[in-house]
Structures are given as structure tokens and as C-alpha cells.
Design a protein. Structure first.
Length: 74
């Protein structure tokens, strides 16, 4: 899941299932564990179509973009 989040910091259950080759219940368990650990944050959706982000990965990508001159300072 860590490798997935580094390449795709915003995920949903179907994406996790597809990318990791796991069942829906296994994907939801993985997401729940990362939510409880503070690695993921819910960003959209209600009961269905929930999406989650990895804020620390997004922050690192933004910082890299600023350092590389691809994005202005915030």
C-alpha cells in the first residue's frame, strides 16, 4: 500500500483492489487501518465513492514541485 500511495496519493477502494489484486473487504480493511494511523484522510464521498488522500505524500510532492521550479510558492 505504501508503494501505491507514493505513486497515487489519492485513492479509493476500487483502485486499491485493482492495483493490489485484493478483494473489496481487504481493501477496506487496509484503508481503515491507514485512516486510524493518520496516514490517510477522507477527502470526498459519503457511504459510496469515498476517496482518501495521503496528505504527507501530497505535501512532499508539492514541496518537490516548488523546489524544482514547477510550481510557485504557496
Amino acid at each position: 500500500m505504501a508503494d501505491l500511495l507514493l505513486g497515487q496519493p489519492i485513492v479509493d477502494s476500487p483502485l486499491v483492489q485493482h492495483q493490489l489484486g485484493i478483494t473489496a473487504p481487504a481493501a477496506l480493511r487496509a484503508i481503515e487501518q491507514l485512516l486510524e494511523a493518520g496516514v490517510l484522510t477522507k477527502v470526498s464521498g459519503r457511504q459510496r465513492y469515498r476517496r482518501y488522500s495521503a496528505p504527507e505524500v501530497l505535501a512532499a510532492l508539492d514541496a518537490f514541485a516548488v523546489r524544482s521550479g514547477r510550481r510557485g510558492g504557496i
